[in-house]
Design a protein around this ligand. Structure first.
Ligand code: KG4
Ligand code: ZN
Length: 347
């Protein structure tokens, strides 16, 4: 008997549903919420409302594209944590209602575990144990994955996430939200060696991006003359804007290179400490072309086997929830209907 999982993801501003059968993704439909662009960031209340509007058509589309009827579903998986609580509630309530109506088991999935397991979607998969650098808008982690259901966080950010570092830099440069992809675009035409930004000295496998953020802030306030706060340096608004306009590509390339080097230096250290050579990327920031290129190059140099999920499985999507749900199904790891989503969750 094939095992078919319907999965729902609604942790932030993407409403997504997917169907997977025996570990193969049959469909993955996503509704992006553009309503947040005008506010420069995700507005939680608007996100919840948009999920309410999107969830039925998105689930219908996932079932239709998979050529699948509700009665052939074996279980319903949903993102239980972490995320925006109002957004999570919409997906959780929908999944629980379906589970009750169809009398099928319910599977609670941790969003960050799912980002890692997106690497198990393609045919070419990492062998266990593998390491995964998960870089998203809310998280930056190095995870050791011993089996699909045994994952340990061995390093993580102590302040901002890598995606936040991209998005906040973009905001300081006057670029619209989400700025990460725009930094990537401008960086492609820039000289990454032109400006120097500091590398934080954090012990172990943890990351920090707040010092870099402050350094960029004063670098821009001083129109490139210094990274330090000194009253006498601070440039006036028009000098600052002129500096940004004339040097945008080089600034983006230099910041991007620093973020990438912070990430990859820790990943290299994790690989050396664990002796693991199957290494993956995951999360929205793994769409960054500078990171992908540098990761592949480092992998060749270090003789790693490297893996990056397809673009559609890097950013938030229900296919990764479905694959995680599948492995939890194999272990009979079901949950009660009384479960509630949680905004934060250790794992
Ligand atoms: O995983 P994700 O879709 O959502 C979260 O769970 O946070 O990640 C979103 C993050 C945002 O910060 C966005 O700016 C960043 O991923 N991102 C990028 C790129 N594409 C998405 N950052 C840098 N370069 C990109 N090409
Ligand atoms: Zn995510």
């Amino acid at each position: 008997m094939p095992i078919t999982i319907l999965a729902i993801e609604s942790s932030c501003d993407e409403t997504s549903a997917a169907v997977c059968r025996d570990g193969k993704i049959l469909s993955n439909s996503i509704a992006n919420q553009t309503v947040h662009e005008q506010f420069g960031g995700v507005v939680p209340e608007l996100a919840s409302r948009a999920h309410m509007q999107n969830i039925v058509p998105v689930v219908d589309a996932a079932l239709h594209n998979a050529g699948c009827q509700l009665d052939s579903i074996n279980a319903i998986a949903f993102t239980q944590a972490p995320g925006l609580i109002g957004s999570l509630l919409v997906g959780a309530q929908f999944a629980k209602s379906l589970s009750l109506a169809l009398d099928k088991p319910l599977i609670a999935v941790h969003h960050m575990q799912a980002h890692v397991l997106a690497n198990l979607i393609p045919e070419k998969r990492p062998s266990f144990p593998f390491l995964c650098l998960t870089v998203s808008g809310g998280h930056t982690q190095i995870v050791q994955c011993d089996s699909p259901t045994q994952l340990h966080v061995i390093g993580e950010t102590i302040d901002d996430a890598a995606g936040e570092a991209f998005d906040k830099t973009a905001k300081m440069l006057g670029l619209p939200y989400p700025g990460g992809p725009l930094i990537d675009k401008h960086a492609a035409n820039g000289n990454a060696k032109r400006f120097k930004f500091p590398e934080p000295q954090i012990p172990g496998l943890d990351f920090s991006f707040s010092g870099l953020k402050t350094s960029i802030l004063y670098f821009l306030k001083n129109a490139g003359t210094s990274n330090l706060f000194k009253e006498e340096f601070l440039a006036d608004e028009s000098t600052r804007q002129k500096f940004i306009d004339e040097n945008l590509a080089d600034i983006c390339a230099s910041v991007q290179e620093r973020i990438v080097s912070i990430l990859l230096n820790k990943l290299k250290k994790a690989a050396a400490e664990t002796g693991i050579t199957d290494i993956c990327l995951a999360g929205g920031v793994s769409a960054n072309s500078g990171l992908r290129k540098a990761f592949r190059a480092l992998g060749e140099k270090e003789h790693w086997n490297t893996y990056i999920p397809a673009f559609e499985y890097c950013t938030d999507n229900a296919a990764m929830i479905a694959i995680t749900g599948y492995y939890k199904y194999l272990e009979n790891d079901f949950t009660e209907l009384s479960i509630s989503p949680t905004a934060r969750a250790e794992w």
